[in-house]
Write a new protein. Structure first.
Length: 358
């Protein structure tokens, strides 16, 4: 799942520039990766056949548990978006927010680099429902930051619990990065108490924003959202709620992976499962192929084998997990997309006569 997988009107330039030059490279790279994945699948066809046999033997009650964890993951993501919108002063129904999030998730999984297209589409949907341009951009930006922070927290937890197993060399790297980030955050928090430092920092930030209208718009949105939240609920405590929701989004998705292993009757490599999961999500977030096809499967299978599973077992867990977290969500998301598209067209059609009458 991607949290966080997240401008057409005024924000069109937000996504247009990155896709002019490298679009062909995205597609060429996607085709190459899919061809490689197909070749590997043919080469490992015996393991693939054994994995499909394992999947065919899964009982329905265990599949219900898998689906339940995936639904909980999506529920946390929807609740995160709802919380940010409400703190910004926008009052959208949870059903509407959920439909937009599910549809955006489908868009993100349909194209290489689909997360940018999904963010643009979600931005447009929020704008059509009365959410201000600044707030809509801020919600997408803040939810993305919280999602990245939550995934990094899971990686740290995985590095601490994995010990020397599997990618043991990763542990000191992650812990070192945590130490550096902690020092940086502490320094910023300490210096921000001095008014002169704050004034100079914002002056520099403004100069950077003036040079880039996109950066300026994002900056204004973030400041507006943070100030509004601070006015309603002072202090840092309110931000623990959205961070917890972002963490639950990833944690429930990881639990879905664990449920897949349990459903297949495969022993879970507890010491390495979080590292395998978080590294796979980071690799998949690059969106080199639609929905990370081939990339996620290869990454997760290789990491599970590294942490002790047989090849056929790792393939079975990966395929079942991808079915629950990607393939099953695509038709649901596109059905939501069609519903929103038709409802928007009906609203525009009804508004047409009203404009002519006025």
């Amino acid at each position: 799942m991607d949290g966080a997988d997240e401008n057409v009107e005024h924000g069109e330039g937000f996504v247009a520039a990155p896709f002019r030059a490298p679009r062909r490279l995205w597609w060429l790279g996607s085709v190459a990766l899919l061809v490689i994945a197909a070749v590997v699948a043919v080469y490992r066809r015996h393991d693939l056949a054994a994995a499909l046999h394992l999947i065919a033997s899964v009982r329905l009650p265990r599949l219900v548990l898998v689906a339940g964890f995936q639904a909980a993951s999506l529920g946390a993501l929807i609740a995160l978006q709802q919380w940010l919108l409400r703190m910004g002063g926008a009052r959208l129904r949870l059903r509407v927010v959920g439909t937009i999030v599910l549809a955006a998730n489908a868009v993100a999984g349909a194209l290489p680099g689909g997360a940018a297209f999904a963010a643009a589409w979600m931005f447009t949907q929020l704008r059509r429902r009365g959410v201000g341009q600044v707030l809509a951009g801020a919600v997408l930006a803040v939810s993305g930051v919280l999602s990245v922070a939550a995934l990094f927290a899971l990686l740290v937890a995985g590095a601490l619990t994995s010990g020397s197993a599997g990618l043991g060399a990763l542990r000191p790297v992650v812990l070192g990065l945590v130490a550096v980030l902690s020092v940086m955050v502490g320094a910023v928090a300490g210096l921000s108490r001095f008014e002169l430092v704050r004034r100079r920092f914002w002056r520099l930030w403004r100069r950077l924003g003036v040079r880039s209208q996109q950066l300026l718009n994002i900056e204004d949105g973030l400041l507006a959202l943070v100030r509004h939240v601070h006015a309603v609920r002072p202090g840092l405590r309110p931000w623990w709620q959205p961070f917890t929701l972002a963490l639950l989004n990833w944690a429930c998705d990881a639990a879905c992976l664990l449920a897949c292993a349990w459903g297949l009757g495969i022993g879970v490599p507890w010491r390495g499962i979080l590292v395998a999961y978080t590294l796979t999500q980071m690799t998949g977030s690059l969106r080199l192929t639609p929905g990370g096809l081939g990339v996620v499967e290869a990454s997760l299978t290789a990491l599970l084998v590294l942490y002790g599973l047989r090849t056929d077992q790792a393939i079975a867990v990966t395929l079942l997990y991808r079915t629950a977290s990607y393939w099953a969500l695509q038709p649901i998301g596109w059905a939501c997309w069609l519903g929103l598209t038709f409802s928007s067209r009906r609203a525009n059609h009804r508004a047409g006569p009203d404009r002519r009458t006025g």
